[in-house]
Design a protein around this ligand. Structure first.
Ligand code: PLP
Length: 381
């Protein structure tokens, strides 16, 4: 066995969502799969791609039209890349994998937020890199001082940013973006910014990728799984300057050759025709987010308001139970599954993740169950 692979675990999100199947009648708020159908134009484009026989390999970096369309889309966020700086990947996951594998060496230090999407840490461990975690402010926003301190103390080569965040829904403010850009200018680091949920945002969008001055230190990772509700079709992308891309593309080529051809044609039409669908999904997520906040606050549960993505990360510290144990109990007794905060690293202890990409009816029933469970098990609820 590969001893590094042996060190890591299957994602806690998956592990928990599998447990739900074994509990009769349980409701799951565990998975980050929007409950919307894929936009019709994307579905039609993929059917047409099959009929037209577009089922062969594409170039390693993906079809030119999609890479060009990604550049136009990013330009709408004030982010500048040209087609040759974009590689279409097998979802954001393979994008992250190819980036980290393409750049990092064994023993190098990478600074990763906690709590965070578990792939950053686990891929780094597989590569043999040395993971250093940075904590966030109480509302899960970026704590620049903490990052500075870590950079001063240790020889860190890579920094991961993840906004809008899975699992917290936090985003980057203008002030934080500007401070971060100044910091990155001074330091010899490479920053990987994972912006999988960039179009699902309830406030102003800011990203360090908007800065031309640090473009040669930034790698942008994103994809279409969430915004087009097409998680199973596996299309994402990486954008960065050539010196990184030429290494990343090698890992991508030997790992997957190219992203699925048909799904690339779907994503292309999605960017051209389906942004109205994205906007209506975004509005639904915002409404559901407000509903979750109201229900949690009515139960006196401390929660920071998410500003993007479709997750909420309430504190369960006052119930004095490890988050894994709390979520097990909630599942077995309350018939409701949420993901323990520790699935997002040690700094997730004391929280649980609720995914609110479920229907209004499911959310209502889920919160009714949560309320009943808390009232029958804990005082002051
Ligand atoms: N990055 C973040 C922050 C995510 O939440 C996810 C999926 O949940 C991914 C990357 C991976 O996305 P994909 O399903 O496109 O591989």
């Amino acid at each position: 066995m590969n001893s590094r692979v042996e060190k890591i675990q299957i994602s806690g999100i998956r592990r928990f969502s599998e447990k739900v199947k074994k509990v009769d009648g349980a409701i799951s708020l565990t998975i980050g799969q929007p409950d919307f159908n894929i936009p019709t134009d994307i579905a039609k484009a993929m059917i047409k791609a099959i009929e037209d026989g577009k089922t062969t390999y594409t170039s390693n970096a993906g079809i030119d039209e999609l890479r060009e369309e990604v550049c136009i889309y990013l330009k709408g966020f004030n982010i500048d890349y040209n087609k040759d700086e974009v590689c279409i990947t097998v979802g954001g996951s393979e994008g992250l994998y190819a980036v980290l594998f393409g750049l990092m060496n064994e023993g190098e230090k990478i600074l990763i937020p906690g709590p965070a999407y578990p792939a950053y840490e686990n891929i780094s461990i597989m590569i043999g890199a040395d993971v250093v975690n940075y904590s966030l402010n109480d509302d899960f926003t970026l704590n620049i001082e903490e990052i500075k301190e870590k950079l001063d103390k240790e020889d860190i080569k890579y920094l991961v940013l993840s906004f809008p965040s899975n699992p917290t829904g936090a985003i980057l403010s203008k002030v934080q973006r500007d401070e971060l850009i100044e910091l990155i200018k001074e330091r010899d680091i490479i920053v990987i910014t994972d912006e999988m949920y960039a179009s699902i945002i309830f406030d102003e969008y800011y990203s360090i990728a908007q800065s031309k001055e640090i473009k040669d230190k930034v790698i942008y990772v994103s994809g279409f799984s969430k915004i087009f509700s097409m998680t199973g079709l596996r299309v994402g992308y990486v954008a960065c300057v050539e010196k990184y891309m030429k290494e990343i593309i090698k890992v991508h080529q030997y790992g997957v050759s190219c992203a699925p051809s048909i799904a690339q044609y779907g994503a292309l039409i999605g960017l051209r025709k389906s942004m109205n669908d994205v906007e209506s999904m975004r509005k639904s997520f915002e409404r559901r987010k407000n509903y979750c906040i109201d229900r949690l606050r009515a139960l006196n549960i401390e929660v920071s308001e998410p500003k993007g993505a479709f997750y909420i990360f309430p504190s369960i510290k006052k119930f004095n139970m490890p988050s894994e144990e709390f979520c097990e109990k909630l599942l077995n007794e309350g018939k409701l599954a949420c993901v323990p905060g520790t699935a997002f690293g040690d700094l997730g202890e004391g929280y649980m993740r609720i995914s609110y990409c479920y229907s209004d009816d499911t959310l209502k029933e889920a919160f009714d169950r949560l309320e009943k469970f808390l009232k029958s098990n804990f005082q002051n609820c």
